[in-house]
Every structure is written in structure tokens, then in C-alpha cells.
Ligand binder design. Structure first.
Ligand SMILES: C[S@@+](CC[C@H](N)C(=O)[O-])C[C@H]1O[C@@H](n2cnc3c(N)ncnc32)[C@H](O)[C@@H]1O
Length: 200
């Protein structure tokens, strides 16, 4: 990385693979947590699709759109869409603080899998409130790790993973938080899912 500070757009445009494994699969938690919410959906927006790992889940959704910071994965994401036989409207942001290029309530469902944990503390409220603005409900899969920073602690500014207190962020943004499900919990790392939406 050229920068001494984590710059999300630069980092994700430089990183070769968005996932830890080069050719990642959908795992059982992704499938079980995301599939039910897509059953009735006419439109889905995925924030940070990377190389389209989750695209097979969208086979029966009439409209699929994505927003990423990185164009580095675009060709591989296009191949993933072709393999599944879906058409994807792919958008790219130059900066994570840009508004999402959609109208309020335009999507039935928003998905953010392993994305919000890479959004720095100073940007997370923007990302979550924009998702809540354009999606009627949002489903998140995320991870917490013993060695990742929490808000208010000192950390290496190059670091790119963050432990967010998503429930507290929803509360501060007046968003409805729910469907919390713990997928795994180890000594160092835990993974979980939750939903949020605008309060009605
Ligand atoms: C760890 S990868 C996860 C990819 C995919 N969601 C998955 O589960 O396989 C993180 C992805 O989020 C994107 N990303 C990170 N911050 C973002 C932001 N603020 N807005 C949109 N995309 C972002 C990265 O470019 C990358 O594609």
C-alpha cells in the first residue's frame, strides 16, 4: 500500500483477492441467513460484492445491483454473474463517503457480507444510514476479532478491520436492529448476522 493510513478505495483497488481464499464459496451461514429474506424480494442491492461470491443466491431476484469501491474485481464479478445467468447493475464509488446513487426505498433488500467490518469508525454511520435509506431492509454478515480495534482505542492507522458495535450504531442512527444470529464463537474470532432498517 502506498498510504500510511487505511484508505478504503485505494486498499480495495490494490488488493488482489477480496476474500481470504482466492476462489471462495458460499458457506452454510451465508445461505441460511440470506436466502429467506430474498424469497419475496423483487430487488436486491449488495454493498461490496467483491468477485460476486454471493451471486448464486440472487438467481431468482428480478433486479440485482451492486456498489463497490473497487473496480479491481469487476471482471471476475462479471464472470460470476454470467455463470449464474443473472444480470447485475454494477456501480462503483470513488470515495466511501459518496451517497449511494439510488432513491430512498429503491431496493427491497440490501446485503453487506464481510463489508461493514472494513468500514472505518469515521465512515460507518454514513455507510449504514445510506443502506437504510435506499433499502427497505438490510442483512449484514460480519465478524469480530479479539485483535481488531474498538472505537476509542489506539490502533495502527494502516489497519483495515474494525470491531463495530452495530446495535449501538443503529440506536444512535434511530435504525431498527434485529434478527441477530451468532454463527460461530471462538477464543479470538466470532461471526454473526443481523438486520437493520429505518424505524417506521
Ligand atoms: C472482504 S470483501 C467481501 C466481498 C463479498 N461481500 C463477499 O462476502 O465475498 C470486502 C468488499 O467490500 C468492498 N468495500 C469495502 N468498503 C466498502 C464501502 N465503503 N463501500 C462499498 N464497498 C466496500 C471491497 O472493495 C470488497 O469488495
Amino acid at each position: 500500500m502506498s498510504s500510511e493510513t487505511y484508505n478504503p478505495a485505494e486498499y480495495w483497488n490494490m488488493r488482489e483477492h477480496p476474500n481470504t481464499a482466492a476462489a471462495p464459496d458460499i458457506n452454510v451461514h451465508d445461505r441460511q441467513f440470506i436466502t429467506p429474506i430474498l424469497e419475496e424480494a423483487k430487488s436486491v442491492l449488495e454493498l461490496g460484492p467483491g468477485v460476486g461470491r454471493l451471486f448464486p443466491l440472487y438467481k431468482n431476484v428480478p433486479r440485482v445491483a451492486t456498489v463497490d469501491l473497487s473496480r479491481n474485481y469487476a471482471d471476475r464479478a462479471k464472470d460470476a454473474a454470467l455463470n449464474v445467468g443473472i444480470s447485475v447493475e454494477a456501480f462503483y464509488l470513488d470515495t466511501p463517503l459518496a451517497p449511494l446513487p439510488f432513491m430512498a426505498g429503491e431496493f427491497d433488500v440490501g446485503i453487506a457480507a464481510h463489508v461493514l467490518m472494513h468500514v472505518p469508525f469515521e465512515n460507518i454511520e454514513h455507510s449504514m444510514s445510506e443502506l437504510a435509506r435506499v433499502c427497505k431492509q438490510v442483512r449484514v454478515i460480519s465478524v469480530v476479532h479479539r485483535f481488531w480495534p474498538k472505537k476509542g482505542t489506539r490502533f495502527d492507522p494502516k489497519w483495515h478491520c474494525f470491531n463495530h458495535d452495530y446495535e449501538a450504531i443503529c440506536k444512535s442512527l434511530n435504525l431498527q436492529f434485529g434478527d441477530y444470529e451468532k454463527f460461530s464463537e471462538g477464543a479470538d474470532i466470532g461471526s454473526f448476522g443481523f438486520s437493520f432498517r429505518l424505524n417506521s
